[in-house]
Design a protein around this ligand. Structure first.
Ligand SMILES: N=c1c2ncn([C@@H]3O[C@H](COP(=O)(O)OP(=O)(O)OP(=O)(O)O)[C@@H](O)[C@H]3O)c2ncn1[C@@H]1O[C@H](COP(=O)(O)O)[C@@H](O)[C@H]1O
Length: 109
């Protein structure tokens, strides 16, 4: 399932040499870290508002879409700073192991 993260990361890397007028990602790189962080913050707020709306009877698709925007802009931030999404996945895997989920799952707990 996470292969889409790798494929998207490759596109984000390729956009480092692209014309800012022809690519949204290249335009974010061109504007710099502060603009990218502004977008991450904006999408985080839109995500939490969509979560509250869903609990109040709104659409799940709105939360899914906002979460995708948040993950996407977080990946742009990581790529801009020279990091790979695999590093985040590895950290989640490390924590999963630390909390003993696999051990509990194998025991059937
Ligand atoms: N996954 C995405 C993606 N998700 C969201 N967005 C863009 O993120 C922006 C979301 O910001 P907003 O909703 O705030 O829209 P906005 O008001 O127009 O944004 P701002 O003017 O505030 O920057 C929109 O312009 C969306 O088009 C994305 N743009 C690109 N991608 C992926 O990145 C790849 C490369 O994109 P380009 O660089 O545009 O070729 C694409 O092939 C896609 O796979």
């Amino acid at each position: 399932m996470s292969d889409i993260l790798n494929q998207l990361h490759q596109v984000l890397e390729a956009r480092k040499g692209a014309d800012p007028d022809s690519s949204y990602v290249a335009s974010l790189y061109h504007k710099g870290l502060n603009k990218i962080l502004e977008k991450v913050g904006e999408e985080a707020v839109e995500t939490l508002l969509a979560a509250r709306d869903l609990e109040a009877g709104g659409e799940a698709q709105a939360l899914i879409s906002e979460t995708a925007d948040l993950w996407f802009h977080s990946m742009v931030m990581l790529a801009h700073l020279g990091l790979h999404p695999d590093q985040v996945l590895a950290e989640l895997e490390r924590r999963f192991g630390l909390s003993g989920h696999e051990e509990k799952a194998s025991r059937g707990d």
